[in-house]
Design a protein around this ligand. Structure first.
Ligand SMILES: Cc1cc2nc3c(=O)[nH]c(=O)nc-3n(C[C@H](O)[C@H](O)[C@H](O)COP(=O)(O)OP(=O)(O)OC[C@H]3O[C@@H](n4cnc5c(N)ncnc54)[C@H](O)[C@@H]3O)c2cc1C
Length: 200
């Protein structure tokens, strides 16, 4: 059982979430026979950023992986698909020294950053352009798309027409503010956005 939602703050009220999951279970008429493990956390999503500058400051003296190599999905905050891609890169590297791997990982990370431009735009549309009460509509529309599209989205590799499919229909975003996000780019001071999820 899992409860995931987007939030503008990183606060997590575990008791409230626990109760929400129990209420859902009760509504379904299910009975919990046991609780084996529980996890909770707050993951970041990305509105925008300067990946080149991040890597300039990080340097390549040590090879990085995971979140510290910016290798995560900018809308879900998940990192498994990017971890697999990085494992492939390392496994096929001709040399496993830091000197060889660190710059290769940096180049891979910057390429992945560029590939995720649509996800950052989607985040800005949800968190900067949409009225807070309407934000859910974008995701509601998304989860009505085909399973294959949803799979490509979670894998962080949307097809060429997927952005159009995801943004099609009557937008839950005032047109002027959406155009502002498209033309102007993000605000200099992005709204702190987080996705929080917990499981029972
Ligand atoms: C509740 C929850 C559910 C999630 N569900 C999913 C999911 O379904 N799919 C998915 O893909 N992702 C999911 N994620 C996200 C995923 O877990 C993280 O993105 C991923 O663990 C990040 O991996 P990482 O290696 O970058 O960092 P971490 O997993 O945080 O690993 C970093 C490690 O480095 C150690 N460390 C830190 N500093 C030092 C130091 N100075 N010296 C030595 N060791 C140090 C830490 O203790 C830690 O073990 C979830 C996260 C949460 C919290």
């Amino acid at each position: 059982m899992e409860d995931t939602y987007y939030s503008e703050s990183s606060e997590l009220d575990r008791d409230k979430l626990r109760q929400r999951i129990r209420d859902y279970v009760a509504d379904q008429g299910w009975r919990i026979s046991g609780e084996h493990r529980e996890e909770s956390g707050v993951l970041p999503i990305v509105l925008d950023g300067d990946a080149e500058r991040y890597w300039q400051e990080a340097g390549t003296a040590v090879a990085r992986a995971g979140m510290r190599a910016l290798l995560f999905h900018h809308t879900t905050g998940y990192s498994l698909p990017d971890a697999v891609r990085l494992a492939d890169l390392v496994a096929s590297a001709p040399e496993l020294s830091t000197v060889a791997l660190a710059p290769a990982i940096k180049a891979h990370s910057l390429a992945r950053w560029d590939e995720q431009g649509f996800f950052r735009l989607l985040n800005r549309l949800m968190f900067e352009a949409a009225r807070p009460a309407e934000r859910y509509r974008t995701l509601q529309h998304f989860y009505r798309c085909s399973e294959r599209l949803i799979g490509r989205f979670y894998a962080g590799r949307p097809g060429p027409l997927d952005p159009l499919r995801i943004l099609s229909g009557r937008p839950p975003v005032p047109l002027g503010r959406a155009l502002g996000c498209l033309l102007r780019g993000p605000r200099r001071q992005p709204v702190p956005a987080a996705v929080a999820r917990r499981g029972l």
